[in-house]
Design a binder for this molecule. Structure first.
Ligand code: NZQ
Ligand code: ZN
Length: 386
């Protein structure tokens, strides 16, 4: 196992009714709160009223309309409010997009230049407001990690800012808030969790036994409960298991003792930067194709292990087992109603070279990935998805 540092300071309040804790917890940092939320789902579901009631004693300012694939312009608007009103804490109510925008706002509040500078040069992000979150869709793990992915609509870049100062202070994870999620978002969110686990599972390290077994359990949880949540949106057991899986899938627990660059995420991030598609749908299209593309004599043993341990494939031959595992993965995405081709999400072949170049430029995919990929490899994977 590789040397590893593991420190996750986020206080998780999991379960029904936990939101009430915000009445006292935020007050430890101050009374001036910026409440950040998305396009209005929390108003429709009644969560907005519930939270405003809990925040009764606070001086609350609002920033609404955070878009899926959150934009730099929203971050600029949020940072301006923080500076003007002397905000003391941020409360993000929503999913990864709202939480990511809030994280970026939290550090931009202490920076005099343009917030995009902090993405390009992380050393400039030195201080952040405390971040509280109320999670309404499980997918990204942003509620328990130090990353935030922001899209710059002017340059068509979608990049991550990642710093220990961006760990949320406290996250409320109440599975009942996901009862209202549309089928499409449930499916895309679960695909994102699966992808996070796979990105860490398929890394060049074979002796982190404990980490691999935890990852397999997390994958089995998604494959079991994703379809149940889809069919029975108010199944607490399914929502609860998926919610906790999303947090541990991306809080570094499943990369403990391992390491390396991710593969499918950088290829997807360019798609959602160029075409504003749903992140989890892009991952569902790309993942099986990436698996087939990187399956070779060196990787076959890990793909076979994945097939046997996660999908109970019993083929004795490694290659046969590996292919069966990939097929099962692909079928699961299909059963979740996720798209299979780029055409289904409105992407044609017009920018493939440009996007492949960008995926390589903005990531470690060509130098540190499980199987190192060049621009031409990434283009071929895109072609397989058309
Ligand atoms: O905006 P509203 O009206 O709230 O609607 C949202 C949005 O349209 C809706 N929704 C959320 N909770 C709901 C609900 N609708 C009904 N009932 C509820 N309870 O769902 C839609 C999607 O929300 P969003 O926050 O965009 O989803 P997600 O959590 O999947 O976040 C995606 C973003 O996170 C980034 C992605 O690239 C993308 O920009 N990621 C962030 C990561 C991180 N911070 O660690 C890692 C990931 O790999 C990912 O890149
Ligand atoms: Zn993701």
């Amino acid at each position: 196992m590789n040397n590893y540092s593991f420190c996750v300071p986020t206080d998780i309040r999991f379960g029904k009714g936990q939101v009430a804790c915000l009445a006292t917890e935020i007050a430890r940092f101050g009374k001036k709160v910026l409440m950040v939320y998305g396009g209005g789902s929390i108003k429709k579901t009644g969560l907005y009223d519930q939270i405003r009631e809990v925040l009764g004693e606070y001086e609350v300012y609002e920033l609404s309309g955070i878009e899926p694939n959150p934009k730099l312009s929203s971050v600029r608007a949020g940072a301006a409010i923080c500076k003007e009103k002397g905000i003391e804490a941020i409360l993000a109510v929503g999913g990864g997009s709202t939480i990511d925008a809030s994280k970026h706002i939290a550090c931009a509040a202490f920076y005099d230049g343009d917030p995009w500078d902090l993405v390009l040069d992380r050393s400039k992000a030195v201080k952040a407001l405390p971040i509280f979150t109320v999670l309404t869709i499980c997918a990204t793990g942003s509620e328990m990690n130090p990353g935030a992915v922001i899209s710059n609509e002017e340059t068509k870049e979608k990049l991550e800012i990642n710093s220990p100062i961006l760990y949320p202070t406290l996250s409320v994870c109440d599975p009942t808030y996901m009862y209202t999620l549309p089928r499409r978002q449930t499916a895309a969110g679960t695909a994102d969790i699966v992808s996070h686990i796979l990105e860490q599972y398929f890394q060049p390290c074979d002796d982190a036994y404990i980490t691999d077994r935890l990852s397999e359990a997390a994958l089995k949880t998604c494959f079991k409960y994703g379809p149940i949540a889809l069919e029975c949106p108010e199944n607490y057991e399914a929502r609860a298991n998926l919610m906790w899986t999303s947090s541990i899938a991306l809080n570094h627990l499943l990369t403990f003792g391992k390491g390396g660059a991710w593969s499918v995420h950088p290829i997807e991030h360019v798609l959602s930067a160029y075409y504003d598609i749903t992140h989890g749908e892009g991952l569902a299209i790309l993942t099986p194709r990436w698996m087939r593309y990187v399956l070779n004599d060196e990787t076959v043993h890990r793909f076979a292990m994945y097939a046997r341990n996660v999908w109970d494939v019993d083929a004795a031959d490694d290659r046969e087992a590996a292919l069966a595992g990939i097929e099962k993965t692909e079928k699961w995405f299909e059963e979740m109603g996720l798209p299979k081709t780029l055409g289904e999400v409105g992407i044609d072949d017009s920018c493939l070279d440009e996007m492949a170049k960008e995926a390589v430029r903005t990531s470690g995919i060509s130098s540190r990935a499980y199987v190192k990929l060049t621009q031409s490899d990434v283009r071929k994977i895109y072609e397989m998805c058309l």
